[in-house]
Write a protein that binds this ligand. Structure first.
Ligand SMILES: *Cc1c(COP(=O)(O)O)cnc(C)c1O
Length: 455
């Protein structure tokens, strides 16, 4: 299988190369040259455990890695989850189930991708005997998950930018209290979008990028999207025929990464009626899917900070399919958006997507309502998925974080704090981070001074 850039100006790569590269040199994102049709495998795959399913799935996409080696890395990645099913479904009632994606080491769904990606980087370093420096921007959970996926791996250093004061205290502790020497959390005086802009600019400097063997870990990495496809299929296998016929996946999303994975799985043969894009008050995706206009607005801080995003990086992958694989159109649209901050589509085809948004008050209300009806505490991101949930259909709401990651919001809503032992144990550890200006040159200098190099 080969992977092409959405902007079509660079040659196709193998899986391993595309993963190591991250952002394509033409600024685009890697996608499979041709999406495989996987439905014929389903009868064999249906009974597999989560890990076995991930192994079977990746054998299709990562066919330039020895199958035994790949299986070992996948088994290792999911061995650090604390639930035997890895991604269990929790039933609330006849209609609604919650797919719990928070049983990994940092208690958020990003562990699914980043535990595996960390192992893929290690594999790459073994092969090439060259170090890798990982550069990422985070609004909270990505950074923690990335750092934990790469913790103490030889030859890897991680530089993770996040908005100072823009992530929860616990998220910050997950990033800064690891005690590991290969971790560089950088708090910038700016927003998440500033962090992403800086990362893009640094990656745009091809010389610098080559010299320091920089790779991206944010949701633009191909491996992340593919790793996320697996839990959709795993959940789908566990539904009844009646549920499958009338199925809505509800996906809290900001960067379009999580929901894109589900939609790709659908394109590869998993029948689904609808995907609902559930945003917080930063509703650029909701506005796009309800009006056909993609317009950037200022980022507003919300109680669901991992979705405080106004530029959905992964949207470009959807755009590629929306424009029927015409890279030239993708480039035009991306450029128009970059210069004007808005694109109005003449005919926007929402495909099987619907959308909703929830402001902070609604999130609190929904947390309370679900708690009092079912005794089930959910985190504020997951709560966005419950906006408009009274409409009848079978739905699976993806729960993207453990409620204990956001204790203050939960306490304000229901009057008690959710607990998690692994988070409690962070509170007496030492914080190690640097605070820098939101300025590309400053960040570049810092990386230069601290990067892992071959000699
Ligand atoms: C990252 C994150 C999201 C949004 O994921 P996307 O990649 O933007 O789809 C939602 N909830 C939590 C808890 C997250 O960490």
């Amino acid at each position: 299988m080969r992977y092409v850039s959405t902007r079509g100006e660079v040659p196709p790569l193998s899986f391993t190369e595309a993963v190591a590269t991250g952002l394509a040199p033409d600024g685009g994102l890697y996608i499979p040259e041709k999406l495989p049709y996987l439905a014929p495998f389903f009868p064999q795959w249906e009974k597999l455990s989560y890990t076995e399913l991930a192994q079977a799935f990746f054998r299709v996409f990562a066919n330039d890695i020895d199958a035994e080696v790949l299986n070992g890395h996948i088994a290792d990645a999911y061995s650090r989850f604390d639930h035997p099913q890895i991604a269990p479904l929790h039933r609330l009632d006849e209609q609604t189930q919650v797919l719990e994606l928070f049983h990994g080491p940092t208690l958020a769904f990003k562990d699914f991708a980043l535990q595996l990606l960390g192992n893929l980087y290690a594999l790459q370093i073994e092969r090439t005997e060259e170090p890798i420096n990982i550069l990422g921007a985070t609004s909270g959970d990505t950074g923690a998950a990335a750092i934990h996926g790469l913790l103490n791996k030889p030859g890897v250093r991680s530089f993770i930018l996040y908005p100072e004061g823009g992530v929860s205290a616990l998220q910050e502790r997950q990033m800064t209290c690891t005690g590991a020497d290969n971790v560089h959390p950088i708090a910038i005086r700016g927003s998440f979008d500033d962090a992403q802009r800086i990362i893009k600019q640094i990656f745009g400097d091809l010389e610098f990028r080559r010299t320091y063997r920089l790779s991206a870990v944010n949701s633009i990495n191909l491996a992340r999207i593919l790793a996320q496809c697996v839990y959709y299929l795993y959940a789908w296998f566990r539904l009844t025929d009646a549920e499958r016929r009338d199925l809505e996946f509800v996906v809290p999303t900001g960067n379009f990464g999580n929901v894109l994975a589900g939609w790709l799985m659908h394109r590869m043969g998993m029948p689904v009626k609808r995907f609902r894009i559930a945003t917080n008050q930063n509703d650029i995706l909701h506005r796009l899917f309800s009006t056909g206009e993609y317009r950037q607005e200022p980022v507003l801080k919300s109680v669901a900070p991992s979705m405080d995003i106004q530029i959905a990086s992964n949207f470009e992958r959807f755009l590629y399919y929306h424009e029927k694989g015409e890279s030239r159109r993708v480039r035009e649209l991306v450029e128009a958006f970059q210069t004007k901050g808005a694109v109005a589509f003449e005919q926007f085809d929402a495909d099987i997507f619907t959308s909703s948004s929830a402001d902070d008050a609604t999130i609190a209300q929904l947390i309370r309502e679900v708690d009092s009806r079912y005794g089930y505490l959910m985190d504020p991101h997951t709560a966005c998925g419950f906006a408009g949930w009274d409409k009848p259909c079978h739905r699976v709401v993806l729960s993207t974080a453990h409620p204990a990651k956001f204790p203050d919001t939960i306490e304000a809503a229901v009057g008690r704090k959710p607990r998690s032992e692994s988070l409690d144990s962070l509170m007496d550890k030492e914080i190690r981070k640097v605070v820098l200006e939101a300025d590309t040159e400053t960040i570049r200098n810092y990386i230069q001074a601290n990067a892992e190099t071959s000699n």
